[in-house]
Ligand binder design. Structure first.
Ligand code: HEC
Length: 136
């Protein structure tokens, strides 16, 4: 049962990232955003994704403005939001109730139950820029 709550880090995430941003980008961090247990929503601060049946003692942080804006969009229109800052990329992806979830979560199918907040970074540093060579 608990296994259903693990986020499989996740071939699909990696494939999405590489398809959209290229193979140099890797997922540096994924955090779970809590909507059900926290109002206003917060993010769980964990090194690895938390096991959702054991959330009571997990520390939280407030959402950053990008995450807060993203949630509004996930509720109404998008499944994923992207903030590309050049040297890093942030994404927030929806976590909706599929039929598997309904035996425990008493909500209509498709309800936004949570979200994942991703931070991506380049896998290798950019090659040195010859124009920046020191004049000495
Ligand atoms: C076996 C029962 C069960 C199933 C199946 C289940 N959940 Fe849960 N889920 C729970 C329990 C229990 C909690 C913890 C609730 C609490 O602590 O108040 C939880 C918590 C969560 C949370 C965190 C809520 C928060 O605000 O912190 C999310 C997100 C979530 N579930 C999503 C899902 C999704 C998506 C599915 C289907 C893929 C799913 N769950 C299937 C029992 C289940």
């Amino acid at each position: 049962m608990i296994g259903e709550h693990h986020h499989r880090v996740n071939r699909r995430d990696e494939q999405f990232v590489q398809k959209n941003f290229g193979s140099n980008w890797i997922v540096e961090r994924i955090e779970l955003i809590s909507l059900l247990k926290h109002s206003p929503p917060v993010a769980y601060v964990t090194d690895t994704l938390p096991i959702m049946d054991e959330l009571t003692n997990v520390p939280t942080r407030p959402l950053n403005p990008f995450e807060a804006r993203s949630l509004e969009q996930l509720r109404t229109q998008e499944d994923i939001t992207i903030d590309d800052r050049g040297h890093y990329i942030r994404m927030v992806g929806s976590l909706r109730a599929s039929s598997d979830c309904l035996k425990c979560h008493d909500v209509p199918r498709g309800t936004l139950l949570g979200a994942f907040s991703y931070r991506l970074r380049a896998a290798s540093p950019a090659p040195p820029n010859p124009k920046l060579k020191s004049p000495l």
